[in-house]
Design a protein around this ligand. Structure first.
Ligand SMILES: Nc1ncnc2c1ncn2[C@@H]1O[C@H](COP(=O)(O)OP(=O)(O)OP(=O)(O)O)[C@@H](O)[C@H]1O
Ligand SMILES: N[C@@H](CCO)C(=O)O
Length: 304
């Protein structure tokens, strides 16, 4: 294929960890960022951002989307072309919904398309994982669906995790940010054998619970001892929202990614009541939030 003059890429938001699957499982959601790249014959890099919180995105070479774009060209040992980038933000920044993964995947996919799909999807994925440092957001952002990633050292095995149609993700997105680096900074470097066994068992149960929609399994499975006990203090209202969500009929509630968004899983009969209960609980804490049920994106990054 030949090089092209421009490309638009859409990339879905993602919710990572799902409780016990720290750094290895994530699901793509129907909420998107759109990135349009146009080659320029003259002038320098131009980045234009629209959407909520647009002013918070860097518009120079430090922009993460652009850095991923450059990373692609470094990998193929070529000089990146000068481009105009137009960003339409739909995914809130630093909220635990994989905004950084949308930028990394968007920049890599756009560059690959501009160069006539020089790299395979697996090669793009490897570059994205290396940039993000863990696979649980970038893999579902690229491929869609719910994905489990495991490595033998050199390469990654990616497993499609079946998600029962009656299991609804409800996201409660507060109006404050929590950077992933801050939320990783509070984690211990070592964990006990008991906690490792706890999470191993619960992640196994979660996979079966998501596949079957078995509510009893999901209630038990959505527990974690590796990250949430340390992070919940960074999220005001965590305990109140957990009680509210479960009282309204959710199977359970977890931190979405590194937070501060909180994710409840519920069946279709209870999802609206869970939305209302989580919103009210945050309002009682004096925190403005947007709470909504989202469905799973199954397509991942798309270019046109
Ligand atoms: N559309 C974008 N364009 C450029 N940079 C972005 C974009 N979206 C996010 N970023 C960069 O990523 C940072 C947020 O990354 P961070 O890992 O802290 O949060 P997140 O990816 O939203 O959450 P999580 O990884 O927990 O799901 C932003 O501060 C910004 O620097
Ligand atoms: N697994 C990551 C997701 C956020 O990037 C974490 O929880 O830190």
């Amino acid at each position: 294929m030949s090089v092209v003059s421009g490309v638009t890429v859409t990339v879905p938001a993602t919710t990572a960890n799902l409780g016990p699957g720290f750094d290895c499982i994530g699901a793509a959601l129907k909420l998107y960022n759109e990135f349009k790249f146009t080659r320029l014959e003259e002038g320098g890099l131009t980045i234009h951002v629209t959407g909520t919180e647009a002013e918070r995105v860097q518009t120079d070479e430090s922009n993460l989307l652009y850095q991923a774009f450059v990373k692609f060209y470094q990998h193929i040992e070529q000089t990146p072309p000068t481009v105009k980038i137009e960003i339409k933000l739909g995914v809130p920044l630093a909220r635990g919904l994989g905004s950084s993964a949308t930028a990394i995947v968007g920049g890599l996919v756009a560059a690959n398309q501009l160069e006539g799909t020089t790299l395979s999807q697996a090669q793009v994925m490897e570059l994205a994982i290396a940039m993000e440092g863990h696979p649980d957001n970038v893999v579902p952002a690229l491929l869609g669906g719910c994905r489990l990633a495991a490595t033998s050292g050199a390469a990654w095995e990616i497993c499609d995790v079946p998600w029962h149609k009656d299991v609804v993700p409800v996201v409660a997105i507060p109006n404050f940010e929590l950077s992933t680096s801050e939320a990783r900074g509070v984690l211990p470097t070592e964990v006990s054998r008991a906690d490792a066994i706890f999470n191993t068992a619960h992640l196994g149960l979660l996979l079966r619970g998501l596949e079957t929609g078995n509510g009893q399994w999901l209630k038990t499975a959505l527990q974690d001892k590796l990250h949430q006990p340390y992070r919940k203090a960074l999220i005001p209202g965590y305990d109140a929202l957990n009680i509210a969500a479960v009282s309204a009929g959710a199977y359970g509630m977890v931190i979405s990614g590194a937070g501060p968004t909180l994710l409840a899983l519920a069946d279709k009969l209870h999802s609206e009541a869970v939305e209302a209960a989580m919103l009210a609980a945050w309002q009682e804490e004096g925190i403005t939030a947007e709470v909504r049920s989202l469905s799973l994106d199954t397509q991942g990054a798309k270019s046109f």
